[in-house]
Design a protein around this ligand. Structure first.
Ligand SMILES: [Zn+2]
Length: 295
């Protein structure tokens, strides 16, 4: 059977096989393909039971906003990036989990809403965090039902979706003129991926279904009338994901939580050592991009 790239339709060859190294929820083997034309890396076939790979422990849900207040320190840089391009208006976060960013966005003056596939997180967002949230795993369908936005944010979400390109099309329709899309995702051109290959924690099979090169997003968004405002792998989040990658790569080497902690420390040290390379623009583990819809 021919495996075709979902972006450019080119026949793609097997790139590597992987296991669920990060969470070890399943023993299944996943096949990753790489498009020789556009560089898209994707799992095929896409598992049907995707929800099974997100255990309850994947989401930290509590019954107070304390967890959200504590998370603020990690979310500030995201709002600071957004505020360079949009000061107020309607903001949608797709895939907020328990909603630290959405909560901080609301506090920063944005009228914030969300779409979230996890039922418990959605209930928490609606009832405790005060963020109107649609609970749905049909992101495209849910987005179609909402009013237009000035900002749409996807923080490490697009790589989890079986149909990211379709979602980008709907996003471009659902943004007001001059509105922005901000997204962050693992960077398949990362130095870490070249070194670690299928053991790179951001491969994260079977939750990450695609690793999308920056250039695909630039071309796709241009075709939808959206121009690039920012592409970087050296924002605060990107730099944090570099360290995360090394920590998890080493931690994944052992199942024992005792050894795990030590391995994680080694990972952090390796990360610090290699940071001059990973701080080179484009080499980092994750990119952050901002696109603006033409007025
Ligand atoms: Zn392709």
């Amino acid at each position: 059977m021919k495996i075709l790239c979902s972006y450019c339709n080119t026949e793609s060859g097997l790139y590597f096989r992987s296991l669920d190294y990060n969470r070890k929820i399943t023993q299944e083997v996943f096949k990753h393909y790489r498009c020789p034309q556009c560089g898209l890396i994707f799992i095929a076939p896409i598992p049907k039971n995707l929800g099974d790979y997100y255990p309850q422990s994947y989401y930290a849900v509590s019954d107070s906003t304390k967890i959200l207040e504590e998370g603020e320190v990690h979310e500030r840089y995201k709002i600071e990036i957004i505020q360079r391009y949009a000061r107020k208006g309607r903001l949608l976060e797709i895939g907020p989990s328990q909603g630290c960013f959405a909560y901080f966005a609301k506090k920063s003056g944005f009228e914030t809403e969300a779409i979230e596939m996890d039922a418990r997180c959605s209930e928490f967002l609606n009832k405790v965090a005060g963020i109107p949230t649609v609970n749905s795993s049909d992101t495209c369908g849910a987005l179609k039902s909402l009013k237009p936005f000035d900002v749409i944010a996807l923080w490490h979400v697009i790589e989890h979706l079986p149909n990211p390109l379709e979602l980008l099309e709907i996003i471009s329709e659902k943004l007001n003129p001059g509105g922005i899309l901000i997204l962050a995702a693992p960077n398949p051109d990362a130095f870490q991926f070249h070194i670690l290959g299928r053991f790179w924690p951001h491969v994260d099979a079977p939750r990450h279904l695609m690793l999308i090169p920056e250039q695909i997003l630039v071309s796709k968004m241009a075709s939808l009338g959206m121009k690039v405002e920012l592409i970087t792998t050296t924002d605060e989040g990107g730099l944090r994901w570099n360290i995360f990658g090394w920590e998890y790569f080493f931690a994944n080497l052992s199942a024992s939580s005792e050894i795990n902690r030590k391995l994680r420390t080694i990972g952090r040290m390796v990360g610090k050592l290699l940071s001059p390379i990973e701080k080179i623009e484009g080499k980092g583990s994750a990119y952050t991009m901002v696109f603006r819809k033409e007025s």
